[in-house]
Write a protein that binds this ligand. Sequence first.
Ligand SMILES: *Cc1c(COP(=O)(O)O)cnc(C)c1O
Length: 237
Amino acid sequence: MSSIADNIGSVTRRIQKATLKAGRDPGSVRLLAVSKTRQPDELRVAANAGQVAFGENYLQEALDKIEALKDLDQIEWHFIGPIQSNKTRQIAEMFAWVHSVDRLKIARRLSEQRPPGFPPLNLCLQVNINDEDSKSGCTLSELPELVDEIGDLPNVKLRGLMAIPDPDQSEADLRMSFRKLANTLRELKRASPEAGPMDTLSMGMSDDLEIAIAEGATWVRVGTALFGARPSKHSQS
Ligand SMILES: *Cc1c(COP(=O)(O)O)cnc(C)c1O
């Protein structure tokens, strides 16, 4: 378990190197530690090594860890999994960011259920960038209307887009998928400048974070390279 701290160091160096190579500002790419299936003690080791942002996919599992780690008040919790509409209240109450919003109903409920006095909940729209039927996410054509509607909601802040491209495509195609997401964000921001800061691209994972950073990622979501391989029954994408 002590190697989690080493892994944070090496992933951080990968991010710095890719950021530099892309000619981007150091610090413009943040590391989201994807901690699904991991035990609270593993997250605690990562937090003690300086990791701040943790991403969880399953609500009940996340709530158990949030409770177990509530003494670590520097942790910033991100929800990155599929969202059922009957689960939005706890997400609105316990998380700082949601990367996986793919329909208006969910965004509306998160805004309504954000507790009074909390800062706006940061949202990314998850885009089905390779148009695979099996994956969650909205289509590119749904985005303009969604952005305008979510931009009007009072207690959420529209930060940008998230995608999980098909990992089985060639490196060149993967790069084009990331580029498409970046171009889409730019167009949406131009078309709807009032909708929110739209400063965020959540893209890139353990195996492809360098490509994602070269194409403009601002959050890379990394699980395996920090915590090791997951048990296969829970592993996703
Ligand atoms: C599991 C997961 C990741 C992390 O994937 P790794 O390949 O383990 O780095 C990133 N994003 C989402 C949405 C995930 O579900």
